[in-house]
Every structure is written in structure tokens, then in C-alpha cells.
Design a protein around this ligand. Structure first.
Ligand SMILES: [Zn+2]
Length: 312
């Protein structure tokens, strides 16, 4: 399995358009020791030529253009083509699904989502009807958390990747109306994904983890590479910056630092390669020359950058 990290930032990207935090200001001024990042986006493929997206970020168009493997390879006489066969959605957050609307040009795609996420997008957000203009444009495939499912193209070709989603949070995005919310299953709101390659190697993608349970730790230890929630360094990061707002945990993200942060709680993981992803622009570990960056690296973790890729 080939894995590409097309984007590694949390919602808003780095720098964020309206943010003048020390990180964003320093990056714009050219004084920051660290890289700009687009919003979190993964692409995976097994041996076949078909790629699957994990999530569909608002930066997807630029992310595709900067990745030659994802460019059209049209046979002569067929001007439209994409090696992207589909996408797997783990939640209905805007920074995780908006990219679907950027792929509305009648390209056949399979979109895997829970029943709840599919209903939010297709029943309450009329713009998503642009993905259903002709038969066979987007084929929705529902999966149930906990049950294994296999990825296949819209032509029915099994691409050799087995997936299983793990319920992590219970909150839907705030744009979802109360009446709709009451009809949905909270356990389908925010998921982590385990992808198994044809050779049995396992990847965990968990961009939003509100709490590290025994089950989460057990699953992570069974994986070969984990891409884990690195959104916030500290629980009160945004409150200290803005003077008000929500804690990291209230927003569904366990912070990296502190006694009950992910660095400490996952210190015993011995098997997987550990990579933080979905990093918010305010997170001090983005600064390559800062003590937080050093602390993370010394603990055996890596901090994802756009463009990274690896084989599993
Ligand atoms: Zn910022």
C-alpha cells in the first residue's frame, strides 16, 4: 500500500487566513522555522492504479495538482479521466468533506460514509446534489463502524484494501440541525479508520480523538503506522490566544502535551511508527526550532508535513 500525506494541517490550514497568532505571523514574515501546511488529506492505493482519498479537504484541488500520481492519465480520445476512484469519509466536518464539491465534474466516484454522514450531506445540504446529476456519478457506499469493508471502484473492481472504522467521538458538526441530529447515530459522528494492505500491514488514521481509551490504545498498537490527532498542544491553547472559546477536549481533540495528553498516554506504544497529523496553526510544535518540537521528536513521534509518502 502506498500512502501519501497531501495535507497535514487542521481546519483553516497553516497559515490560516484570519489568524495573526505567533506561528501564522512568523510564517508570513519569513521568520518562522517551519513549513506551511494545507488542510489534512490522505491518498492511498494498493497495487492497482486506483487511488482512494481519506477525507476530502477544501484544499483538494491544489493538493491533486501538486501530486503527479493523481493527475489524469486519459487514453487518447477520452479527455476526462482521474486515477482517483473514491473517498472514505470519517465525519461531516467542513474541512473533511468540502473537497467532494470540488470533484463534481461527472467523474465516477465511490464515496464511503456512515448512514449518518451521508444523510447530513445529501439530505440537508442541497449543493451535494451536484454529485448526483447523472446515474453512476457518485456511488454512495455506507459502512457500519466496527464492521470490515473493502474498497472498490465504481466499476466494481476490488482494489485490495480492507477498512474498519472505529467510533471515537459522539458530536456532529455544529451546522447539523437539532432535528436532524436527533435522527442520527452519535457513534457514526466521528471515526478513526484502520486500513489493511494486501500484505497485512495496517495504517491507522485518527485525525480527531477526544479521548484515548483502552480500545484506542489496543488498536493503535496493532498498527504499523499511525497518523494521529496532533491538533492542539495544550487543552486551553485557543482560549489563551483568543481570551475565550472552547478547550481542545471540548472540540473533540485530546491535546499532545500535559499529564493526560497523547504524548504521555501513548508513550508505551512500541510497534507502530507514530506521526502527528491534523495540526492546528496555533500548535507550537510546528516550530522546528522550538522546545515543543524537540520534545515530540525525542519521544519518538514525527510531525507530518505536506508531501510525505511511505509504503506499507
Ligand atoms: Zn495562526
Amino acid at each position: 500500500m502506498q500512502v501519501k500525506i497531501l495535507g497535514s494541517a487542521a481546519g483553516g490550514g497553516f497559515p490560516q487566513w484570519n489568524c495573526a497568532c505567533p506561528n501564522c505571523r512568523g510564517l508570513r514574515a519569513g521568520t518562522f522555522r517551519g513549513k506551511a501546511r494545507t488542510q489534512t488529506q490522505l491518498a492511498i492505493r494498493a497495487d492497482s492504479s486506483s487511488w482512494f482519498l481519506l477525507g476530502a479537504s477544501p484544499d483538494l484541488r491544489a493538493q491533486i495538482e501538486s501530486t503527479p500520481e493523481l493527475h489524469p492519465r486519459a487514453p487518447e480520445g477520452t479527455p476526462r479521466h482521474s486515477p482517483i476512484a473514491g473517498a472514505v469519509l470519517l465525519n461531516a466536518d467542513i474541512d473533511h468533506v468540502l473537497g467532494l464539491l470540488l470533484m463534481r465534474e461527472l467523474q465516477p466516484l465511490c464515496v464511503y460514509a456512515t448512514k449518518s454522514v451521508r444523510r447530513i450531506l445529501t439530505k440537508d445540504n442541497s449543493m451535494f446534489a451536484m454529485l448526483q446529476r447523472v446515474p453512476g456519478q457518485v456511488t454512495w457506499k455506507e459502512f457500519v463502524p466496527g464492521a470490515q469493508f473493502r474498497l472498490s471502484t465504481s466499476a466494481g473492481e476490488d482494489v485490495g484494501l480492507r477498512c474498519r472504522a472505529l467510533p471515537l467521538g459522539t458530536h456532529f458538526p455544529s451546522y447539523v440541525s437539532a432535528p436532524r441530529r436527533s435522527q442520527l447515530s452519535p457513534l457514526e459522528s466521528s471515526l478513526g479508520l484502520i486500513v489493511e494492505s494486501p500484505t497485512g500491514k495496517r495504517l491507522a488514521f485518527m485525525p480527531a480523538v477526544p479521548a484515548i481509551t483502552t480500545e484506542v490504545s489496543r488498536v493503535l498498537e496493532s498498527c504499523d503506522v499511525i497518523l494521529f490527532d496532533g491538533t492542539f498542544w495544550s487543552d486551553d491553547e485557543l482560549i489563551r490566544l483568543q481570551g475565550s472559546g472552547q478547550t481542545a477536549r471540548q472540540m473533540g481533540h485530546v491535546p499532545v502535551s500535559s499529564d493526560d495528553g497523547s504524548l504521555r498516554q501513548l508513550a508505551a506504544l512500541s510497534h507502530p511508527r507514530k506521526i502527528y497529523v491534523h495540526i492546528n496553526n496555533t500548535n507550537p510544535m510546528l516550530n522546528d526550532s522550538g522546545p515543543e518540537h524537540r520534545q515530540v521528536r525525542d519521544a519518538g513521534w514525527e510531525i507530518a508535513e505536506d508531501g510525505w509518502q511511505f509504503e506499507l
